[in-house]
Write a protein that binds this ligand. Structure first.
Ligand SMILES: Cc1cc2nc3c(=O)[nH]c(=O)nc-3n(C[C@H](O)[C@H](O)[C@H](O)COP(=O)(O)OP(=O)(O)OC[C@H]3O[C@@H](n4cnc5c(N)ncnc54)[C@H](O)[C@@H]3O)c2cc1C
Length: 300
């Protein structure tokens, strides 16, 4: 029996784990991919206090990881497949185990929204990606197409442009939706080309290349590339909960939910306000609420 299990080792889950450990608990953290979560996708983080010169997303994730290990917080590299409430406790199911816990913090982040582009299915994971961290190491002569007009698309372009020949960013609207600072930086990179009002229609493989056919102001344009990266928004990752739980879910101010003992932190609950500092604050808030919850239970 665990006091508290944390699902997800992104900034929210990590911050919750650190707080709980220092409060005298032994949180068990599950992470299905790499410690650091979406920070591993971030090029350069300049708005997280404590790093006056800014810090690369991977480097910040590395520091978080170091802090977890210095405090001896256990991270199990496994996916939690389901969380189900059972008689005031929770059962967490992995592919080969069942864990019982009094409280759970879900810090599962977001998943990319998929787009409707004909022909993508056989290319996913080889030539077409929804996460930058999954793209094979770039080569000097590569051409990369990025679909999306928000912060993530522009951040990805700046990240990749250092290592490749050319990056094309395409999006359907007339205006991008990214931070002015990122737009300016993209403008300064001669190998990044931005194509507004450009809607991708189909994608196909031709020899080593990926050919994306697009429509722009009534005309057809064809872009050849080596890889296509899609950054068209993200949605909360609630896959570990049953459909009924998701339908009835309500989240309180301190991260507690309508299910006593289930807490939710970070991007998974934040709508469009998704930033590292917010996720860290949320993780700490949830951890403090969990302590109150567990102590309250103990006193009964
Ligand atoms: C391109 C890009 C640039 C960014 N730049 C900045 C920036 O400059 N400044 C800033 O403040 N923020 C930035 N962000 C946002 C920041 O990365 C996120 O807000 C932050 O990582 C959210 O933390 P989180 O812990 O809530 O979720 P995540 O970081 O998404 O972590 C969730 C973790 O949960 C794991 N997980 C999910 N489901 C399960 C499961 N069932 N079992 C086990 N593990 C599971 C995932 O693998 C993941 O590691 C950027 C994001 C992107 C994509």
């Amino acid at each position: 029996m665990n006091d508290v299990v944390i699902v997800g080792a992104g900034p929210a889950g990590i911050a919750a784990g650190i707080y709980l450990k220092r409060a005298g608990f032994e949180p068990l953290v599950f992470e299905k991919e790499d410690i650091g979560g979406l920070l591993l996708n971030a090029n350069f983080v300049e708005n997280y206090p404590g790093f006056p010169e800014g810090i690369g997303g991977e480097d910040l994730a590395g520091l978080f990881k170091k802090q977890l290990s210095r405090l001896g917080i256990e991270v199990k590299r496994k996916e939690v497949i389901k969380i189900s409430p059972q008689k005031g406790l929770f059962k967490l199911i992995t592919d080969d185990d069942e864990i019982i816990s009094q409280a759970v913090i879900m810090a599962t982040g977001t998943t990319p929204k998929s787009i409707d582009i004909q022909g993508q299915t056989p290319l996913i994971g080889r030539k077409l990606f929804y996460e930058i961290k999954n793209i094979p190491p770039p080569k000097k002569g590569d051409i990369v197409m990025i679909i999306g007009g928000g912060d993530a698309a522009f951040d990805y372009a700046l990240n990749i442009a250092k290592d490749v020949e050319r990056v094309d960013i395409i999006y359907r609207s007339e205006k991008d939706k990214c931070l002015a600072l990122l737009r300016e930086r993209v403008k300064d990179r001669s190998n990044i080309h931005v194509h507004p009002t450009t809607k991708p229609l189909t994608v196909r493989e031709e020899k080593e290349h990926v050919i994306v056919k697009c429509e722009s102001q009534g005309k057809e344009i064809v872009f050849p590339s080596d890889y296509v990266l899609i950054a068209c928004g993200r949605r909360p990752n609630l896959k570990v909960l049953s459909e009924d739980m998701v339908r009835d879910l309500s989240i309180g101010e301190n991260g507690g939910t309508n299910i006593p003992g289930l807490f939710i932190a970070g991007d998974v609950k934040r709508g469009r306000y998704r930033q590292t500092g917010i996720a860290v604050g949320d993780g700490i808030l949830c951890a403090m609420s969990v302590v109150d919850y567990l102590m309250g239970d103990e006193r009964k």
